[in-house]
Ligand binder design. Structure first.
Ligand SMILES: Cc1cc2nc3c(=O)[nH]c(=O)nc-3n(C[C@H](O)[C@H](O)[C@H](O)COP(=O)(O)OP(=O)(O)OC[C@H]3O[C@@H](n4cnc5c(N)ncnc54)[C@H](O)[C@@H]3O)c2cc1C
Length: 418
């Protein structure tokens, strides 16, 4: 049963961190925004099952700061002061610290659940009309400067007419498929197990990335004494590790990671599991439709870059929309795509190189790390990569943020128009 037509300037499909943040920015700048989310928003961080801690770049933190959102995240954020990169079976370690880079931190780790909770509150404050439990179903062709989407919610099907539809519905995007945008996709034949541990020794802001024959293993500091573990391995190994009791899983982790943080102890909490894929959309836009975040590009988590890259999509698309009278005009979308191609291509290629190249038996890292510490200290390109990309220090082009003054200053606004 169709429940009539809703209208807005912009329809955002998907209330993950990317869609929700974009919707907040646009609504604060006075655009009418509808947000359709297949599931429910997650205002309660403690009830959120997402176990990930996101390593945010300086640029991403700057975006949250400029929007006035950082004070709410800061109490839960852990600065990364040092990064240690090593490979199982070799002695070398690549080491970076914030002091030698002349900065306060190499990044900040914030629990995904805290970002979800922040944005759930900000969506309401910004006046975004959110349709929860409402999944995108289909699209019609653009007509007279608008495009219609059909969404299915608790009251049946609903048509929404918008000048721009933004697909932010994640890697398996139905909106991208309905627009006929093709993707290049590759499974990594690996999943990530993500959970917290409590090391006996204080982490002191240290982050560890260890390359093992099965896949990378990262330990990221948290704002308390815990560390967030991202442990990548083939699916059958993840199956077995998931079935282990906490203590047996920890013993195996300890064997892989070593003793530099003393005994690793359980921190309670669930073990999350994430299948890993690489995806790149062949185009970032179609008629009156734009792709952002995981819909446009999904990356291996080895370098902690996916959300950082996606937030740069958000800043670029928001800047273009806020400069234009018509948010879905072809020039706006083409300029957005042109502005994003190089960054996406560079980060996707570097991440894939790390994920695959470092694993291969004859891979670069083996020779590099095997050669010993003296050589690593001189290996500036690798050091720079980890300092600028691996933990997401790639600076947010400040000019993108300057395009958002309306979003920064606008008072909370009324609900989106019907
Ligand atoms: C293990 C792991 C660790 C990571 N660590 C980092 C890190 O440290 N730093 C970093 O920068 N990045 C990291 N990432 C990447 C980061 O998770 C992604 O970049 C980010 O989740 C992308 O957000 P998104 O909003 O685009 O997509 P998603 O988070 O997938 O959100 C999509 C939303 O769309 C909704 N949806 C789906 N289908 C529909 C539909 N048909 N209709 C309506 N709504 C729909 C979903 O319910 C969901 O809410 C990591 C990823 C993994 C897997």
């Amino acid at each position: 049963m169709a429940a009539g037509m809703l209208r807005s300037d912009v329809l955002v499909v998907g209330a993950g961190p990317v869609g929700a943040l974009l919707a907040c920015i646009l609504a604060r700048a006075g655009r009418s925004v509808l947000l359709a989310e297949r599931g429910r928003l997650r205002p309660d961080a403690d009830a959120n099952p997402d176990t990930r801690g996101y390593a945010l770049s300086a640029g991403s933190v700057m975006l949250f700061e400029d929007l006035g959102y950082w004070p709410a995240l800061m109490p839960f954020a852990a600065p990364i002061r040092e990064i240690h990169v090593s490979r199982e079976g070799t002695l070398g370690t690549v080491f970076m610290d914030s002091d030698s880079q002349g900065i306060r931190a190499l990044g900040q780790v914030v629990p995904a659940a805290r970002i979800d909770a922040l944005l759930a509150g900000e969506l309401a404050r910004a006046g975004v009309r959110v349709l929860e439990e409402t999944g995108f179903e289909n699209l019609s062709a653009a007509k007279r400067g608008r495009r219609q989407a059909v969404v299915a919610g608790p009251d049946g099907d609903q048509r929404i007419s918008a000048r721009l539809i933004v697909a932010a519905d994640g890697i398996h995007s139905a909106a991208r498929a309905a627009a006929g945008i093709q993707v290049l996709r590759r499974r990594y034949d690996a999943d990530a197990l993500v959970f917290d541990v409590r090391p006996a020794r204080a982490h002191r802001g240290r982050a560890f990335e260890r390359f093992t024959p099965e896949g990378p293993l990262a330990l990221l500091p948290q704002s308390d004494d815990r560390m967030n573990v991202v442990w990548v391995a083939p699916a059958e190994v993840c199956d077995r590790r998931q079935q282990l009791g906490d203590l047996d899983r920890l013993a195996e982790l300890q064997q892989r990671f070593g003793w530099r943080l003393g005994r690793l102890q359980t921190a309670g909490g669930p073990v999350g599991r994430f299948p890993l894929e690489q995806l790149r959309a062949r185009s970032l836009y179609a008629e009156r439709l734009a792709l952002v975040g995981n819909v446009a590009h999904a990356l291996h988590p080895v370098a902690g870059q996916g959300l950082n890259l996606s937030l740069r999509d958000v800043a670029a698309l928001a800047a273009g929309i806020l400069r234009a009278d018509d948010p879905g005009a072809r020039e706006v979308l083409a300029a957005y795509a042109a502005a994003r191609e190089a960054d996406i291509g560079r980060v996707a290629a570097a991440t894939d190189f790390l994920a695959r190249g470092m694993l291969a038996d004859g891979g670069l890292i083996r020779h590099v790390l095997g050669a010993g510490m003296w050589m690593l200290d001189r290996l500036e390109p690798l050091r720079r990569f980890f300092a600028t990309e691996a933990m997401g220090l790639q600076p947010q082009p400040r000019h993108l943020l300057r395009e958002l003054p309306a979003a920064r200053k606008a008072p909370p606004r009324r609900e989106a128009s019907r």
